[in-house]
Design a binder for this molecule. Structure first.
Ligand SMILES: NC(=O)c1ccc[n+]([C@@H]2O[C@H](COP(=O)([O-])OP(=O)(O)OC[C@H]3O[C@@H](n4cnc5c(N)ncnc54)[C@H](OP(=O)(O)O)[C@@H]3O)[C@@H](O)[C@H]2O)c1
Length: 207
């Protein structure tokens, strides 16, 4: 076995808001170190990170993007700002947790939002996932009713989706592979008030 096959992946979460913090708690619970970053100086959110656990490392965006696997937990509108921090994302997996709420199909060029995001991260391997669960649910123990809470994953790169599937299992979830971004990505894409009714039905009242 080559040396690179022994290499342990490094992880980062870009965005330390509702969903970023909920994901960080899952990493902490599983004993997996992860760096977290925002647009702000890491000192400004160091106490929030420390409250989650010692393995949650506050850092700058420039440092965070050095990780092998990067969770994109920013508002959809902010993804181009993150994408432009590196000229190439070759060799990296970007886990797109964003929901393109209120973004018109025209703005997306008629593409699934995940494909649109993937294009911004030149040469990166994008896996769409974890986006159908609200932060309050990710916060909870994924072991429920004798089973594991599901996360849906979609990617055009089978290796990348398998790697994130394995990580999802370590984080306590049960991954379901939905296929490529155009098919699977579209299945878990947020759109309007009708999306996610089954998921949100106990939490949100729809018209
Ligand atoms: N909330 C949920 O339950 C939920 C569930 C599923 C998916 N999502 C999706 O997850 C994404 C984040 O949602 P959220 O509710 O966590 O949002 P949020 O609470 O507003 O947090 C956004 C985070 O992104 C950071 N950020 C913004 N621009 C950035 C940049 N250019 N570089 C680095 N960090 C940046 C912000 O940091 P600053 O303080 O520096 O601005 C903040 O920490 C959205 O796309 C949302 O649709 C949310």
């Amino acid at each position: 076995m080559s040396k690179s096959e022994y290499k342990v992946a490094s992880y980062a979460i870009i965005g330390f808001g509702n969903i970023g913090k909920a994901l960080a708690k899952k990493f902490a619970r599983s004993g997996i170190e992860v760096s977290v970053s925002t647009t702000r100086n890491p000192e400004s959110f160091a106490s929030d990170a420390a409250a989650i656990g010692p393995g949650i490392i506050p850092t700058t965006l420039a440092e965070a993007v050095k990780a092998d696997v990067i969770f994109l937990a920013v508002r959809f509108e902010s993804h181009p700002d993150v994408a432009k921090t590196l000229p190439t994302w070759q060799g990296k997996i970007i886990v797109d947790v964003t929901n393109a709420y209120g973004v018109s199909p025209e703005k997306l060029g008629g593409q699934p939002s995940a494909r649109f995001v993937a294009q911004a991260f030149t040469d990166g391997k994008l896996v769409k996932g974890f986006n159908h669960l609200i932060a309050a649910i990710i916060d909870q123990d994924p072991a429920v009713h004798g089973g594991r809470r599901v996360v849906f994953l979609a990617s055009d790169d089978d290796g990348a989706s398998a790697e994130i599937g394995a990580l999802a299992k370590k984080l306590g979830f049960s991954p379901i592979q939905l296929g490529g971004l155009s098919e699977g990505g579209l299945l878990v894409q947020a759109h309007g008030n009708s999306w996610g009714q089954l998921i949100f039905k106990d939490l949100v009242k729809f018209d």
